[in-house]
Design a protein around this ligand. Sequence first.
Ligand code: PBG
Length: 327
Amino acid sequence: MIPFEFHRGRRLRSGATLRELVRENEIRPQDLIMPYFVVETDDEDFRKPITSMPGQYQLSLKQLEKQVAQAVDLDLKSLILFGIPAEKDETGSQAYADDGIVQKAIRMIKDKWPELVVIADTCLCEYTSHGHCGLIKNGEVMNDPTLNLLARAALAQVRAGADMVAPSDMMDGRVAAIRAMLDEEGFVNTPIMSYAVKYASAFYGPFREAAESTPQFGDRKAYQMDPANGREAMREAAADLEEGADIIMVKPGMPYLDVIRQVRDSFDCPVAAYQVSGEYSLIKAAAANGWVDEQAVVMESLVAFKRAGCDLIITYFTEDVLRTLGR
Ligand code: PBG
């Protein structure tokens, strides 16, 4: 015999039902948010595969409607919209135009599926000719002059029927500016999910193809966070909560699970994570090569967010997971 006592962890792992009984975290359909890319085009049949994100598409309004209809059949509860306008300009004016493509998409979806939670990503980068998230002066992204435009974009989205706005630009003070604008216009009950902790990440690469939002010069390091910093994330989250954010998001997801845990432990608000385009593409590419089991890896990656303390997860795998869960 072995001459000492030891922990028999295997006792609770001996069968599937027993393992389920002691399982600490699980993925639920209502935790997942699906991103969609809607394109302003006259071609109703427009459904263009995003090459770097197999299984994801740029969709016309009509094709988006079809896609959402299928997802709703799978029990989709919530989605986030990104728009690609026909014309971009220096000030990203389609972001705050009443008839901007995202505003149209919001109206269409809320009209057909009033119970769906429709979130609008609030940013200028998909709408500016230079691809930056704010106004440019002398080659620099201006903070304060951008705030009013972001607030106007949020207002246009909420007027169109958005249930929530999610500012992703990383300008300082934008949550306060958006909150003030929404309150002034009577939308006191519309929540703000802030991309409070958003890193200047190479994992956004595929998204920039999807949203056609690659900066035409420079990068986003002067406004998005340095991936090396963890403490700074707490300052960002605290500042956004003070300004009126209702939900704090950490982005990207998997490489920043430690930050998610820190936010969870430091604040009592709901915490969201964005499993971004590059995380999606990495898994897709490995699976396409037969190197990993896609479904298993996806479920494992998502439960990791839950374990780290996340409430909500934005993921391009949402439809796939709903299919898996519904089985
Ligand atoms: C817009 C925005 C980006 C993402 C979400 N909103 C891109 C960026 O900041 O460059 C990234 C999402 C993804 O990679 O899936 N500012």
